[in-house]
Design a protein around this ligand. Structure first.
Ligand SMILES: Cc1ncc(COP(=O)(O)O)c(C=O)c1O
Length: 401
């Protein structure tokens, strides 16, 4: 009798998680991991934010005073997410046009959104940017959608291809789902300008496309409010759309899986019905989300002192990444590297799309123990004063070859 799994084939390794496994197995003490999308502090550690520590203390104190742990429903989480995205005075809140559900990180928010959209629009295609976060395509394909790419990045200018993007959007039939990075585009770090967003909103509205905004780095671009610009533009347009929020990076809570899916409906009647459907998707996947990380985030967002503490720490992370961008560009220049890397200064968020070829990325890893993604994406948020000189030397070396 053949065994149940006798004919199972080895699945390809996830490009990022696979690289991480390789990094962990690398015995070199000088190795640097610029592959994974994680913010590390100057000691190379994932920081425990003071606001998080203080919220944890408050959480435990409240639980012991009560004498029991609540089993469902985190007070104030959904409302806090909505205020972060749309501001407290948004008419969407007053008009009860928002459905928000806590989700397992940004990935979980995309997944429940995708599963719900598959029920709503079974024949729609999903369009993602070229390039996009590695998981977008696989996630929507796994939800049963055909996924296509819209033009986004111009490698020659290290900028947006605005005409190409609008041409792509204009070619789609009504009902096509368009996944947009609301800020800090992953992997390129290149975002649309206000004027470009306005044109994108117009085309999406005119053609009846369905926007799904992914906001995984709110606060890492220009600030909490500035980074919500695109989300608020869509809100002002009167369209119905979806937003997936991730708090993994902004609260430095990677392992807790904190995120949210928000759906903007046309009116309060739709809101009630959409919520009932979304609950069904969640219920049949994992029943309800864990409470720990969500309570910490809700406590911070709803407690003025903790909120200020968090905003300062988020700004500190953003400033440190910017400082690392500047240091990288200046050190490469000082090292005599001919190629101009100044485009890196205009990129936002945690990543840089360096323009290094996959052969150069291989050489960085094999010769120097510097790990980057094959597309040339490096995580600038993983650079620090201890490792940056080794990284600069390694890049200079592979460019020389
Ligand atoms: C664009 C984008 N969306 C979503 C996610 C997923 O976020 P989370 O780690 O919270 O699942 C990421 C994380 O890398 C991302 O870069």
């Amino acid at each position: 009798m053949t065994s149940l799994f006798a004919n199972v084939e080895q699945a390809p390794r996830d490009p990022i998680l696979g690289l991480n496994e390789q990094f962990n197995a690398d015995a070199r003490t000088t190795k640097v991991n610029l592959g994974v999308g994680v913010y590390f502090n100057d000691e190379g550690r994932i920081p425990l934010l003071k606001a998080v520590r203080n919220a944890e203390v408050a959480r435990l104190e409240a639980a012991s005073a009560r004498g029991y742990l609540p089993i469902d429903g985190i007070t104030g989480y959904n409302q806090a997410v909505q205020k972060l995205l749309f501001t407290e005075s948004s008419p969407l809140i007053a008009e009860k046009r928002l459905v928000t559900a806590q989700a397992l990180g940004g990935t979980g928010a995309l997944k429940i959104g995708a599963d719900y959209l598959k029920r709503l629009l079974p024949n729609a295609k999903v369009a993602i940017s070229d390039p996009s976060w590695e998981n977008h395509r696989a996630l929507f394909e796994n939800a049963g959608f055909e996924v296509v790419n819209y033009s986004y990045y111009n490698a020659a200018t290290h900028g947006i291809d605005p005409e190409g993007m609008l041409a792509s959007l204009n070619s789609y039939p009504a009902g096509t789902i368009v996944v947009l990075h609301a800020c800090c585009h992953n992997p390129t770090g290149v975002d649309l300008s206000a004027e470009q967003w306005a044109k994108v909103v117009d085309v999406i509205k005119a053609r009846g496309l369905v926007p799904f905004l992914d906001i995984a780095y709110q606060g890492f671009g220009d600030g909490i409010d500035a980074d919500a610009f695109a989300v608020r533009q869509f809100a002002a347009s009167g369209l119905s759309f979806l937003v997936s929020s991730s708090f993994s990076k902004s609260f430095s809570l990677y392992g807790e899986r904190v995120g949210a899916l928000t759906i903007v409906t046309a009116n309060s009647d739709e809101t009630g019905k959409v919520l009932s459907q979304l609950k069904r998707v969640i219920r049949t996947n994992y029943s309800n989300p864990p409470t720990h990380g969500g309570t910490v985030v809700a406590t911070i967002l709803n407690t003025p002192t903790l909120r200020l503490e968090w905003e300062d720490e988020l700004a500190e992370m953003r400033d440190r990444i910017r400082a690392m961008r500047t240091a990288l560009v200046e050190k490469l220049k000082a090292r005599g590297v001919q190629r101009d890397f100044s485009f890196v200064l205009a990129q936002r968020g945690m990543f840089s799309y360096s323009g290094l070829t996959s052969a150069q990325v291989d050489a960085l890893r094999e010769k120097h123990g510097v790990y980057a993604i094959g597309t040339g994406r490096i995580c600038v948020a993983a650079l620090n004063n201890q490792n940056i000189d080794a990284v600069v030397d390694a890049i200079a070396d592979v460019l020389k070859d």
